[in-house]
Write a protein that binds this ligand. Sequence first.
Ligand code: SF4
Ligand code: SF4
Length: 118
Amino acid sequence: MAVRITDLCISCDACLEECPTSSIVDADDNPTGEDYYYVDPETCSECIGDNDSPACQASCPTEDCIVWDMPFNDENREHFTSSSLYKLPEEGLGSNQPYHEEISMEDRKSGEVESEIS
Ligand code: SF4
Ligand code: SF4
């Protein structure tokens, strides 16, 4: 990871087909049980190799709905397994994912997302 979809999501479906890694599921399949769309951090590549910036965020009509979260890697493993925002196994997690190094950890912690990444 990662980007995260927040409760501002209006379930409009616009992001679903845009994801190059098929990491987005709709509310029916949100493993946390919340009634909005969900990004699987185990497979979200932050669109690296496919788009200059997260395609989901670019397609989303709802301001601040999709935000940065921490990179999905060994260093942040506990962040993803201990948060109620995610539903992941403590063991057998997927491999480390690429992430935009130019996005600071502070911005990620505060859940900010830039619409364009230079
Ligand atoms: S950032 Fe890219 S890979 Fe990640 S969920 Fe959004 S569209 Fe999919
Ligand atoms: S585009 Fe935004 S509002 Fe629409 S389903 Fe995706 S995250 Fe939710």
